[in-house]
Design a protein around this ligand. Sequence first.
Ligand code: HEM
Length: 435
Amino acid sequence: MLISTERIGNDLRAGAVSLTTRTVVRAMALSGDPVMRVLGRRAPADPYPEYERIRARGRVSRHPLGLHVTADHAISRAALRDPRLGVGPTRKRPGALDWLVASGEEEQLFHPIDESLLVLNPPEHTRLRRIAGPLFTPHAMRDLTPAVEKVVTRILDEAAGREQFDLVADFARRIPLEVMCDLFAVPDADRDTFVRWGGVLANTLDGIRTLGERRDVRRVLAEMTEFLGALVEERRREPGDDLVSRLAAAAPEGEPLDGRTLVVLAGMLLIAGFETVVNAIGGAAVALLEHPDQKALLLDDPDLAAEAVEEFLRYEPPVQVLLRVAREPVALGEVQLPAGGMLAIAIGGANRDPAVFDDPHRFDLSRPNKRDHLAFSAGIHYCLGAGLARLESELALRHLFARLPRLALAGKPQLRPIRNIRGPGIVPVLARGTR
Ligand code: HEM
């Protein structure tokens, strides 16, 4: 093999895909390789047949490029819970912002995800998780319910007044951003800026591809770092009841957190809690519109909104593939993963594993074990914001269909062209279509 598998592994993990890797991945994807089709730059519109083909190769299989892959539910769950499988060989996600390091600007500009919980192994992960965890307890989520409900109904009031609107731009996309602005107590005047940052950074979670994206990210990171830094300082001086004030007041080892850690924590919440929720709300609403029998169940019983969210997260998880690296040799099923070996865990496939879910390709609100999905991962990296995501998505669906029972698609929903975050991009709907 002319190209190092380690380099391809690092590239895929970082999203900073080199031309050589891109060419190899594209050639293999074009030749029908299901692993490269799923991990390649442009995910297929329907990845689920690819996961079937991956599973048909074995519970865990070795790809010719050296990485291992699984779409098996039991193996995926065990791997995510296995402390011998970490999130990366080094502390930092390599590559994604190498251009900043090269230009000597890494001290001023950094991508919060690159230093976040998502890329840390214990003990650093444990330390940061202890700080951020208490912000998202079930109790805290219960307290938040009226505020989230208010955001959802306000946004719906505006959208519902129109004959036709875009389910993503005019509804789903606005909810997590407004909720996050409320949680951070961002002044009204800065909210549009927050929306812009969220969009740019979420689009580059997959990696920075073009010079234009590089320029946009650089500008956003500079603005966001400055804004969050100032917000942190302000809340240190005049604490309120918001998330930033609570983070700024945290003193895990008797010392307050430094400014950079606080900006990383706040930035991570902003990014991780945005695009995924847009896709959960938008995608679940589309799934209901495309399955009128299931939509009818929700119209008859609005309490089924929570069930609809869980079944959607099983059926179409917004995050499709997670990557892990063996910190020591690990036996998985029949396969031995060497130390340093990379495992791609196709949770989109695991969630449709027929060994666990009957008739897995059916979207079915009454499915008894839908909560066994892996959409929020498992183990120590289990999504910190799962409770908030569930709250926002459930209230969004509940109010959307109660207010607009005849909501209908006005055109074919278009998928967003992002590799690993799956969801609709443009969804024209008629507010008062057919029931
Ligand atoms: C439906 C919406 C969401 C989905 C599908 C989702 C999915 C995920 C997944 C799969 C992971 C684990 C990644 C891994 O194991 O490598 C994760 C981690 C995380 N999520 Fe979410 N997420 C959602 C919403 C949110 C929200 C609303 C927030 C915060 C406000 C959030 C914050 C985080 C954080 C901080 C982590 C890192 C946890 C850790 O590594 O310890 N997420 N999420």
